[in-house]
Design a protein around this ligand. Sequence first.
Ligand code: GLU
Length: 354
Amino acid sequence: MEPARDPRVQASSGRPGCGRFAPSPTSALHLGNLRTALAAWLLARRSGRGFVVRIEDLDQARVAAAGDIAGRQLADLEALGLDWDGPVLRQSRRLEIYAEMIDRLPCYPCFCTRREIAAASRAPDGNPASGDGGWLPYPGTCRGLSDAERAARARERPAALRLRAPISRRAVRDLARGVQSGRVDDVVLRRNDGTPAYNLAVVVDDALQGVDQVVRARDLWPSAPRQAMIAGMLALPVPGYAHTGLVTGPGGRRLAKSGGDAGLAELAAAGIGVDRVRRLLCRSLGLPEIDRLEELLTEDPRIDAALRPPAPSEGNASSRGVTPLEAGPLTGPIGWWSDAEIPISPLDLRPSER
Ligand code: GLU
């Protein structure tokens, strides 16, 4: 039987949904995060959607270690010129909602350590049995434990809670990649310290906030099938996805989350003001280099064209017509879907350029 739709899900009939930006306050927003935020805001606003910001602060230990920088992240978004609708939602204040949703799902306790999972996930050739995008699907070790085995293991360590996944693959749609099908597994719903897991919280919040367009970086594309599976099992709507490319620093160097790449403040200290950052981000997205973000909201077919990704290739579709999930970079023209090198970093500026 189909589960009943949650009455708190924002009714979508006749009302546009919304887009969102959902940073974790564990490091300042670097240029990649800011580029994704700008793309998310623009795709939402230009399609008549609302736009919400959510602080994903469930991992309290990491949040505290970073010095609780959510306020700085919001200030950076504002300095760039982004605006959002309604109050900023903080996941740490919504624990009862996640607990209630977990109660609705079939699950089982899991006592495995990371090391045990890695060892059990090895294929016969000794290589990790990788899921799409390189994550390790859970091999199901604790799925069939007897009550006695569970009781014995519970004396050794606290249990995480895993979803009893009814399927092993799930198709999802991305605006630039088309429909692709990725592996799903018995995903963790609650960590063994009691914290609701990211994949559960993100699904619940997107649905209850009326988010129907999820724009985020392509490293999260392999999570989309698992998230769509959880949404389906909770009878929550599955949003459309639009995964942006990743940003690299000068010379194609990977951006560090901390250690100097981070933040408008570091860039400003190196003499790179927010106006220049905004123009660089726009250029990296294939957009006109404007001074105020509102200029991107005017009627202008060139901006619409710049935001439209090339049609996904039908490349290696399987016999059932669904392409296996591919999280790598997309080639082709510059846009929100493409990777970009943004050649500025306070780390790399020579003293004469500072
Ligand atoms: N909070 C996540 C992050 O900062 C993003 C989650 C999402 O966009 O789904 O990496």
